[in-house]
Design a protein. Structure first.
Ligand code: ATP
Ligand code: MG
Ligand code: MG
Length: 558
């Protein structure tokens, strides 16, 4: 794969390599917490981290990217999420080899380091409640207050911490805190909590532990243990960097460099596992892999290709400044991919029956239509034609304005790759008045779609042969939210901004018979309709289900 364009992180790594730092190695990591499925924001992070490992493969000390599960919160974490995360990362084409790690594997080491800080007088057991700790912490404009338990002796702290570990206290009774500076202008440095008591079963360590280390006490040391050289995280963690550095320095261990970049935001969606979980649990979507979700599982089911997501992540770039990317840009990345790669097919979403009166009753002709009109080397597909066809209901108008270049009484159109047809008669339901059938004539001389007399028709319609077409369900997706930033107003529930019309299910659609063997996840351009993907979950032989990935053109463009 071609190397990604340069950015400030690459510049920094180049400098480190030139200076001979880290023995010439470049070691990054992607550290998801297994408390939900990955979203496109995570893809930005792991494309960056794995991309660096790929592009610096020739560094004198080698390069690699670790996959580390940051599993320090037993209550919210599950094996299902771990499996899904691994599948997502692999799907995007990245490989961590044997470098799969779990923060929970470091619990013994972290506990030993906590004792080391206690011995050094740098940590203490505090009996204040979570609420009191918050109050004592102060604010940005007011210094914090020391806890009355701050000056406990080393011996007492050691004993209490061991008792915490042994399960002598209930949840929340005590915490272990670092002893740093309650007047620091950085709130993270005001004696942060290192350990809390939580009598909860952990998905990997079972009931071995009833105290769990906090994120800040785990993350940097995990990086250090693994020999990570460049620990890349999002901007929110810039304020945590002094703490990251403090722990490493106090413990005297390998010092990775934390580097922050701006997280990805996309409009008309939400990008937080907590909110996505709320959508799943509230039944607002069908699951984490609902094709409307910005999760990688959802995007995959929607029809996004790994290449389109990697391209997107590369093109948005990496910067220090936060911004919001237009969802139209994401869509343009998949449209570009599918325009080039997806085979063409004809599908009628909302069928209207057409009978060609002057076409022989039992005749069937087979037309050859190109798999891809710009790539003749990809060959053709066989499209049967017969007396009874379906066209798109919206391609007919009884009282059509002059500029309507589709079918209308007395007007002529071209059927793609087939013949010219003229609408001779409109049959309606006698009760409802709805148009139920068109009686047409065809011009046998126009076979293949051109007339020898040079007669021009403006419209070309897609169609299927009624006898040969396959039934399909087609799902059309629109934006999940009506507003650009559903979370903009803290007092408004983001779920109130959901688009009630984000999913439209069409049944009784008719697709050309070449799609009989379409396998799950295969993608097509349905001519004139957009790009569609065979649903991974619900589509089975004899009951085809297609998801619209994206329309042909950006219908939202102004
Ligand atoms: P969320 O708030 O969605 O749960 P998170 O940051 O808590 O996200 P983690 O599982 O901790 O989720 O994330 C793993 C990695 O992915 C982290 O390094 C994090 O910085 C990165 N990441 C998460 N969201 C984004 C985003 N929107 N853009 C870029 N990177 C992200
Ligand atoms: Mg996190
Ligand atoms: Mg989070």
């Amino acid at each position: 794969a071609p190397a990604a364009p340069s950015n400030f992180i690459r510049t920094l790594i180049d400098k480190d390599l030139a200076a001979g730092k880290n023995d010439g190695a470049v070691i990054t990591r992607f550290p998801p917490e297994p408390n939900g499925y990955l979203h496109i924001g995570h893809a930005k992070s792991f494309c960056l981290n794995f991309g660096l490992a790929r592009d610096y493969a020739d560094a004198p000390g080698g390069a690699r990217c670790h996959l580390r599960f940051d599993d320090t919160n037993p209550v919210k974490e599950e094996q299902e999420y771990i499996d899904a995360i691994k599948e997502n990362v692999r799907w995007l084409g990245f490989d961590w080899g044997e470098h799969e790690y779990y923060a929970s594997d470091y619990f013994d080491q972290l506990y030993a380091w906590a004792l080391q800080l206690i011995e050094a007088g740098k940590a203490y057991v505090d009996d204040l409640s979570a609420e009191e700790i918050r109050t004592y912490r102060g604010t940005l404009t007011e210094p914090g207050k020391n806890s009355p338990y701050r000056d406990r002796s080393v011996a007492e702290n050691r004993e209490l911490f061991e008792k915490m570990k042994n399960g002598d206290y209930p949840d929340g009774a005590k915490v272990l805190r670092a002893k740093i500076d309650m007047a620091s202008p950085n709130l993270n440095m005001r004696d942060p909590v290192l350990y809390r008591i939580l009598h909860a079963e952990h998905h990997r360590t079972g009931s071995k532990w009833c105290i769990y280390p906090m994120y800040d006490f785990t993350h940097g040391q995990s990086d250090s243990l693994e020999g990570v050289t460049h620990s890349i995280c999002t901007l929110e963690f810039a304020d945590h960097r002094p703490l990251y550095d403090w722990f490493i320095e106090q413990l005297g261990i390998h010092h990775p460099q934390q580097i922050e970049f701006a997280r990805l935001n996309i409009n008309y969606t939400v990008m937080s596992k907590r909110k996505l979980l709320e959508l799943v649990e509230g039944g607002h979507v069908s699951g984490w892999d609902d094709p409307r979700m910005p999760t990688l599982a959802g995007m995959r089911r929607r029809g996004y290709t790994p290449a389109s997501i990697r391209n997107f992540c590369e093109r948005i770039g990496v910067s220090k400044k936060g911004s919001c990317v237009d969802i139209g840009f994401l869509e343009s990345c998949i449209r570009e991919d599918l325009d080039h790669n997806a085979p063409r097919a004809m599908a009628v979403l909302n069928p209207l029956r057409v009978v060609i009166d002057n076409y022989p009753e039992d005749q069937v002709e087979e037309f050859q239509a190109p798999v891809h009109p710009q790539q003749p080397e990809r060959g053709t597909r066989t499209v049967p034609f017969s007396k009874v066809l379906y066209i798109e209901r919206e391609d007919f108008m009884e009282e059509a304005p002059k500029k309507f270049f589709r079918l209308a009484p007395g007007r002529e159109v071209r059927l793609r790759c087939a013949y010219f047809i003229r609408c001779e008669e409109v049959i309606k339901d006698p009760v409802s008045g709805e148009v139920v059938e068109l009686r047409c004539s065809y011009d046998p001389a126009s076979r293949g779609g051109a007339s020898p007399d040079g007669r021009k028709v403006k419209g070309t319609l897609h169609w299927v042969s009624a006898e040969h077409a396959l039934d399909a369900e087609i799902r059309l997706y629109d934006r999940l939210f009506l507003t650009e930033n559903p979370s903009a107003d803290k007092d408004v529930d983001f779920k109130s901004q959901l688009n009630p019309e984000s999913l439209q299910v069409l049944s009784g659609c008719k697709v050309e018979p070449s799609l009989a063997d379409a396998v799950p996840e295969s993608r097509y351009q349905f001519e004139r309709q957009g790009y569609f993907c065979v649903d991974q979950v619900d589509s089975v032989a004899g009951r085809l289900v297609f998801n619209r990935t994206v329309t042909l053109r950006d219908s939202w463009a102004k």
